[in-house]
Design a protein around this ligand. Structure first.
Ligand SMILES: [Zn+2]
Length: 293
């Protein structure tokens, strides 16, 4: 009997994609690092949320191997959910605004750390992740994050570092439809020079950022007729670095799209090219060669 595995299988049954996270055993993260910055919350498998699955055999084999692994659910269109992550007490000042704006009740989890996960049904592939704000609400919302495409949540009955468990308030409730205002804003596409002005600080390692600059430059310089091909190549190369931990997906994707549109490529085709190149690229992770030694 293993509650964590059973819960993971239950999520998969709902069509949600899951993957194993490090667990908490005897009050410590199973990664064994005394200075772990994210106890019980970081992936146990290489490529983390990119290998999340609803495949029963894979899930069985993960939890056979790691019995106390916490359960991660990949959010976004693949699982059909977007999650508003409310960190208490930081979010106390944001609660009034949130309760006014969000359809409630919805499928809601209590995080082991005293926060809430409001789970909404969403198939929107453009919805990303945000911290301290929500797309569609202008004001800052301290303690309120969005987890959608490219993100994940720690799910019940995972064990929190406090050793209390994550749990659902009502496990039989269905997620309410995502609120209509929760939409990635339409971007305004500025002149191509804008790339030089962007502050990339924190979006990746120095190596990852150097390649990012280089690929964006290539895309900007691509001739008419070769641009979609170049977008595909650049997106694939950057996705490999995302897979290798050199670059944040949340940095690479929007920049590729921005440059593609500024070059005159159409939005639906560009998104499609980026999506498929990313899917392939993260499966072939790449990192700076000195890190392989
Ligand atoms: Zn750890």
């Amino acid at each position: 009997m293993n509650e964590l595995r059973d819960a993971a299988l239950g999520y998969a049954h709902r069509g949600w994609r899951v993957f194993p996270l490090h667990g908490i055993v005897n009050g410590a993260c199973t990664c064994g690092r005394g200075d772990c910055s994210s106890p019980g919350k970081h992936p146990l498998v290489r490529r983390g949320l990119y290998v999340a699955t609803a495949d029963e055999a894979t899930i069985q084999s993960w939890w056979r191997r790691w019995r106390s692994a916490n359960v991660g659910i990949a959010t976004g269109a693949a699982s059909g959910i977007a999650v508003i992550d409310v960190d208490l007490p930081t979010a106390l000042a944001s609660l009034g605004r949130l309760v006014d704006a969000c359809p409630l009740p919805t499928f809601t989890g209590l995080t082991g750390g005293g926060g809430l996960h409001l789970v909404y049904a969403s198939e929107d592939p453009s919805l990303g992740n945000s911290a301290g704000r929500l797309p569609g609400i202008e004001d800052e919302l301290p303690g309120v994050d969005l987890r959608a495409n490219g993100g994940y949540i720690v799910a019940p009955p995972s064990v929190h570092r406090s050793e209390s468990r994550y749990e659902w308030i009502d496990a039989n409730r269905e997620p309410a439809p995502v609120p209509g205002w929760l939409k990635q804003p339409e971007r305004t596409y500025a002149a191509l020079d804008v790339v030089r002005e962007i502050d990339f600080e924190g979006d990746g390692t120095p190596y990852g950022l150097a390649v990012l600059h280089d690929e964006l430059d290539r895309l900007r310089a691509a001739q008419v007729g070769t641009r979609n091909h170049q977008l595909n190549r650049s997106a694939f190369a950057l996705a490999q670095l995302v897979g290798g931990g050199e670059l944040l997906e949340t940095a690479a994707r929007p920049l590729l799209l921005m440059i593609a549109l500024a070059c005159g490529l159409g939005e639906p085709e560009s998104r499609q090219t980026i999506d498929s190149a990313f899917e392939a690229g993260v499966r072939q992770p790449r990192c700076a060669s000195h890190r392989l030694r």
